[in-house]
Design a protein around this ligand. Structure first.
Ligand code: COA
Ligand code: MG
Length: 302
C-alpha cells in the first residue's frame, strides 16, 4: 500500500476542456487525471497538451494531486505526450492499455531521460489495466519498477477487448476486478477501481463504490462531480471506526508493555491484527486531515 498518497476520489478531466479544468480546482477531490487519451478527439490532442500544462500548474497550487493520462506508449503519441507535458506540477502519468511490463519500461525510459533536465523530481506511474493481456500480467506490471505506485482498473476497454460489454451487475469483469487489487496488494501498491458511467444513477453508483471497497480497492476513478462525495465517504474511516481504533490503541499499547499480546476489549478479542488495523485507520485519517488542511476543501473529520 502506498501510505503517503491519498487516492480516494480520482476524477478524470478531459484535457481539452478548460471549463472542466477550472471546475476541478474547486472540487473536493484527492486526485485529478487530466486526460490526453480517449476523451480527447485526434485533432484536439495538440491543444489539449498545452491546456493540460496550464491546468497542471493551477491545480497543483490548489493542493490537488495531478496525473496525466497519456496516450498508449506504442500509439505514436504517448511518449511525446510525456515529453511535452512533464513538469514538476505533475505527480506522474496514467498509462493506458498496458499489456505487460515492457509497456511500463518504455515509459520508464522516457521519464528517466526527462528527469535529467528537471529539478529533482520523480514521476510516478499508474498503469491502467484494461486489456486481457494486462489482466493476465498485472502482477508483473505492478512490479515493473519503483515508480509504479498503483494499478487502475478500466472496465470499459477491458470488456471491449473481451468482446463483451459492461453491465451494472458486472459479472463480465468479476475476475479482472477481483484480481487487480490482489496483485496490487501483493506488490505493495494501491489499486484504484474502474469508473461508473452514469452520474445520475445514485443508487447504482453507491452500490458499485461499496463493491470496490470490499474487493480491496483504495479509491475509485470517477467522471463527474456528482460522484465525489460518495467515494470520499466510503473510502474514509467512519466515526465509529475511528472511535474503535482509538480505543484499541489505548487498551493495547499498555497491555503490550505488560507482555500481553491478546486482550478482551468490550468482550471481544483484540490482538496484533486488530492493533495493526487500528493503526491503519488512524493513519488514513491523518492523511485525509492533512489534505484538507492543505487544500482548505472537504468536510472536517473526527
Ligand atoms: N471534471 C471537472 N468538472 C466537470 C467534469 C469533470 N470530469 N464533469 C462535469 N464537470 C462540471 C461542469 O463543468 C459543470 O460545472 P459548471 O456548470 O460549473 O461548469 C458541472 O460539473 C456539471 O456538468 P454537466 O453539465 O453535468 O456535465 P456534461 O453533461 O457537460 O458532461 C460528462 C458529462 C460525463 C460527459 C462529463 O462529466 C465528462 O466529460 N466526464 C469525464 C469523461 C472522461 O474523462 N472520460 C475518460 C475516462 S473514462
Ligand atoms: Mg480506456
Amino acid at each position: 500500500m502506498n501510505e503517503s498518497r491519498l487516492m480516494r476520489s480520482v476524477l478524470y478531466v478531459p484535457g481539452n476542456n478548460k471549463r472542466f479544468h477550472e471546475k476541478a480546482g474547486t472540487l473536493d477531490i484527492d486526485t485529478a487525471i487530466l486526460d490526453l487519451e480517449d476523451s480527447v478527439p485526434p485533432d484536439e490532442k495538440e491543444t489539449a497538451r498545452s491546456l493540460v500544462r496550464e491546468a497542471g500548474r493551477a491545480l497543483a497550487t490548489k493542493g490537488v494531486d495531478v496525473y496525466v493520462r497519456m496516450n498508449a506508449p506504442t500509439s505514436g503519441l504517448g511518449l511525446d505526450d510525456i515529453r511535452l507535458v512533464a513538469s514538476a506540477d505533475i505527480r506522474g502519468f496514467v498509462v493506458p492499455k498496458v499489456r505487460g511490463a515492457e509497456d511500463v519500461n518504455l515509459v520508464e525510459r522516457t521519464l528517466s531521460s526527462i528527469e535529467e533536465n528537471l529539478k529533482p523530481h520523480r514521476f510516478e506511474i499508474l498503469p491502467l489495466i484494461e486489456t486481457a493481456a494486462g489482466v493476465v500480467r498485472s502482477f508483473d506490471i505492478a512490479l515493473a519498477g519503483p515508480r509504479v505506485v498503483g494499478l487502475v482498473f478500466g472496465a470499459f476497454d477491458y470488456t471491449l477487448d473481451m468482446g463483451t460489454s459492461w453491465s451494472k451487475e458486472g459479472i463480465e469483469s468479476n475476475f479482472a476486478r477481483q484480481k487487480i487489487p490482489i496483485d496490487a496488494r501483493a506488490a505493495g501498491i494501491s489499486a484504484i477501481d474502474t469508473v461508473y458511467p452514469d452520474p445520475n444513477d445514485e443508487e447504482g453508483f453507491l452500490n458499485d463504490v461499496k463493491v470496490g471497497k470490499k474487493l480491496g480497492y483504495t479509491g475509485k476513478t470517477i467522471i463527474h462531480p456528482k460522484q465525489i462525495a460518495a467515494v470520499n465517504a466510503i473510502f474514509s474511516p467512519t466515526g465509529s471506526e475511528l472511535d474503535w481504533a482509538r480505543k484499541v490503541i489505548d487498551a493495547y499499547e499498555p497491555a503490550l508493555e505488560k507482555g500481553r499480546g491478546a486482550i478482551l476489549l468490550d468482550g471481544s478479542l483484540v490482538d496484533m491484527v486488530h492493533f495493526r488495523r487500528a493503526k491503519d485507520i488512524l493513519r488514513a485519517n491523518d492523511l485525509i486531515k492533512k489534505r484538507q488542511s492543505r487544500s482548505g476543501r472537504g468536510k472536517p473529520l473526527g
